[in-house]
Design a protein around this ligand. Structure first.
Ligand code: ACM
Ligand code: ZN
Length: 761
């Protein structure tokens, strides 16, 4: 949400007299993704009423491309630029052609050569020409995206240059979840336009889920008549679906924009909407409703019944006919195995097929579907769980729980698409993934050989929509998509984020012209906190994402908004000398949009004392390592806030050294629970004391007494009363719940333990 200074400059020079223009300073090249090579030269090409769009008649398909070019130039200027193929003067023309001998590393490559008399766009293929046009479009002022907005053709000038450009990766995608929230067809078509503008070429369309089935299947009408609608907790019915005619329209529209549409039909998990429509598909066969909460659910397709496979094959047959892509995404993620372990048919299948566990049954399931897909000329893609129990022979793996899935896939000569939660989950808040973080993404994971790099097809961003109805999607996808587009196309090495960010700023007016309601590039308010353990005080600086944003804050837990007399304007570093909660927000009139940033401070004896942990947390939740446990900052209810340590494989074992024997009154260890995210309070917390750091004495074991089967995310302190016990070292062992218990929808899956501050008083 920044204003561009640079683009205004271009508009201003647009109204200067021609004589001055020829002396104008070189127009900055702000193309995103940045072209691989640019050589700028003197002068400009000026459009006028007689500029012609000429296509090489050796490639008849170029006519449509020329008409596409004509249509958006005409839209901007209301001028009917003439399209022709021969007898055109080699002067005052935009010439498009295909040259398959360009010797660029990708068929999507192109050259864009602009001289004073002529603009030539030479593609390695039709796609290359299309991308050359996108680059040319980005060299023109943002106003060209607005209908009839270009009042003077003097604005229509292009800098003389030569661009040679091609993508590093052939797979540059967006995965849009149209199930958790329905996105209407017009919105999808609009997204395709904007994806193409940034040279993205894959639209991964997430069409089936627990909460909805969104694609019409003629053989199974209940999939949409029942499965496309859910009864919300408030009682209203929410839903919608795409007819086969809608799908064909989207696919055809995408094809014109060089975008391949890959449908995702989830199996064996995330399938409650289908089961709600046809209960015979599950192990229990019991009727159930389309899910109206988020998370992972126990009821999945029965792997023991052949009727499941007949159903899926019939569904896929219709899907294959609608989507020309050679790929079908079959999901495969987050399928709890509890029902299979308790289903006679599934157990029988395991016995017959000599499968040793439920993971092998999942592998059997996916391989059986792969065989069907392959026999229909299609290749499957699955989330990285499809590696478990043995990968299907020809499958492509989409790595999401980190990049390990991609590494495992390419090491066994399987293709991989990378979209890890660390960099590519655009549903995550800017607190954890901001523009700079996306821009730092390297799609080639460390640890794969140069020879195997070719199996990394590219990457995707994932836009899951549990928390994003259609009207919020723009603010999450943009501007982060611009960073991913450049990572996947240009893949610059090394990266210069500051320079990239300047180009992004110049694109905000373009995004506005394109009708995109983009969000911030980083979280609106960042905390910079210094702790002074001697003075027992914190210095808190609040940094706005943009200098012109005003911040208000409170210290009494009330909302920091206009009209609250306790809300103070932020002017300078705040000094806090006692425990409390600081809440801050950008000052704005619309309090419905209020986003509150908060930090909870605690003042205790262990702040900034040496702290070690025996086994490091999961890479996704490292916070600031062991120091986070003694930094005086207590994690918030948002477990992505960067303050929590998360463990999925190990218990927490932390040792804090107070420096000398001290009398301790009490100790509070803070934990978080989020049942739908498989994060559970610890089974028990044990406290040990020691004066030498070698011999530890067990002080107390505290079993968890807080309820776990509650859907709300909550935080609890495990509090130990030490009654003035003297100790120098404190050891805390928090024993995590091993697997999600039977009552849990993800029963049997590895549970998480989340811990933050260990406060010592
Ligand atoms: C996923 O995020 N469950 C692929
Ligand atoms: Zn079963």
């Amino acid at each position: 949400m920044k204003k561009s200074i640079r683009i205004i400059f271009i508009l201003v020079i647009g109204i200067l007299p021609m004589r001055l223009l020829s002396q104008a300073i070189a127009i900055p090249i702000q193309i995103i993704p940045a072209p691989q090579q640019i050589t700028q030269s003197e002068g400009q090409f000026f459009f006028n009423e007689n500029t012609q769009l000429v296509f090489d008649n050796k490639n008849s398909e170029l006519k449509n491309t020329a008409i596409y070019l004509q249509s958006f130039l005409a839209k901007a200027t209301n001028l009917p630029f003439k399209v022709s193929t021969k007898n055109a003067p080699d002067n005052n023309v935009i010439y498009i052609s295909i040259d398959t001998n360009l010797e660029l590393p990708s068929p999507e490559g192109y050259q864009l050569i602009i001289t004073k008399n002529k603009v030539s766009i030479i593609g390695n293929s039709l796609a290359g020409v299309f991308y050359g046009i996108q680059s040319m479009r980005q060299l023109l002022p943002a106003a060209i995206e607005n209908n009839g907005n270009v009042k003077s053709l003097l604005q229509f000038q292009l800098p003389c240059l030569q661009i040679t450009d091609y993508p590093k990766f052939s797979w540059r995608g967006l995965n849009l979840d149209c199930c958790r929230h329905f996105m209407d067809k017009a919105f999808i078509l609009h997204y395709l336009d904007v994806l193409a503008y940034y040279k993205m070429n894959k639209f991964h369309w997430h069409l089936t889920e627990d909460q909805a089935w969104r694609i019409e299947i003629k053989k199974y009408p209940k999939l949409t008549s029942v499965g496309a609608f859910r009864k919300e907790k408030e009682g209203n019915i929410y839903g919608g679906f795409y007819t086969q005619a809608d799908i064909k329209e989207v696919v055809a529209y995408a094809a014109k924009l060089n975008i391949e549409v890959i449908p995702e039909i989830e199996m064996p998990g995330h399938s409650m909407a289908a089961i709600a429509a046809y209960p015979g598909l599950s192990c229990t066969k019991a009727p159930l409703a389309v899910a109206n909460t988020w998370g992972v659910f126990k009821d999945i397709y029965c792997a023991g019944s052949d009727s499941t496979f007949i159903f899926l094959e019939n569904v896929l047959t219709e899907v294959f006919a609608l989507f020309p892509s050679k790929y079908i995404h079959i999901g495969g993620d987050e399928a709890p195995k509890y029902r299979w372990e308790n289903c006679a048919a599934c157990q029988q299948r395991m016995q017959n097929e000599k499968l040793k566990d439920a993971h092998e049954l999942q592998s059997y399931f996916i391989k059986r579907i792969e065989k069907f897909a392959n026999s229909n000329g299609k290749k499957i893609i699955g989330w990285d769980e499809i590696l478990e129990g043995g990968l299907a022979p020809n499958a492509t793996v989409q790595s999401w729980r980190g990049v390990e899935g991609a590494i495992a896939a390419v090491n066994s000569q399987h293709d991989a698409i990378v979209s890890p939660t660390s960099h590519c989950y655009f549903d995550y808040s800017l607190k954890s993934i901001d523009l700079a973080k996306v821009y730092s993404f390297n799609p080639i994971p460390a640890g794969i050989s140069a020879e195997n790099e070719k199996y990394i097809l590219g990457g995707e961003c994932n836009m899951w929509t549990e928390k994003a109805p259609q009207n919020l999607v723009d603010s999450k996808v943009f501007p982060r998509l611009l960073a991913l587009a450049e990572v996947l196309w240009t893949n610059p090495m090394p990266r210069n984020f500051e320079a990239f960010n300047q180009r992004v700023e110049s694109h905000y007016p373009r995004l506005t012209s394109l009708g995109i309601q983009y969000g911030f590039d980083k979280q609106a308010i960042t905390f910079s906190i210094q702790v002074n353990p001697m003075a027992k005080a914190f210095q808190v600086e609040l940094i706005p994402a943009q200098a012109d944003l005003k911040i208000v804050y409170t210290l009494d837990q009330s909302l920091p908004q206009i009209g609250n007399p306790k809300a103070m304007p932020y002017q300078k570093t705040i000094e806090l000398q006692q425990a409390g909660i600081l809440k801050a927000a950008i000052q704005q009139a619309d309090t419905n949009q209020l986003e509150v940033f908060s930090r909870q401070f605690d003042i205790h004896q262990a702040i900034a004392k040496p702290c070690t942990i025996k086994v490091k947390p999961s890479d996704s939740y490292t916070a600031n390592g062991a120091n986070s446990l003694v930094d005086g900052l207590i994690g918030s209810i948002d477990f992505h806030d960067g303050l929590w340590l998360g463990f999925q494989q190990n218990n927490l074992e932390a040792i804090i050294d107070l420096g000398e024997n001290q009398k301790i009154n009490s100790i509070q260890a803070h934990f978080l629970q989020s049942m739908p995210s498989w994060i559970l309070f610890p089974e028990s917390v044990s406290l040990y004391t020691s004066s030498d750091g070698i011999q530890f004495k067990l002080y107390k074991v505290m079993e968890n007494k807080f309820p776990q089967n509650v859907s709300e995310t909550s935080m609890q302190n495990f509090t130990f009363d030490l009654s003035n016990t003297a100790t120098r070292y404190i050891k805390v062992i928090a024993k995590k719940v091993d697997k999600c218990p039977e009552w849990h929808e993800a029963a049997g899956s590895e549970a998480w333990l989340f811990v933050d501050e260990i406060s010592i008083y």
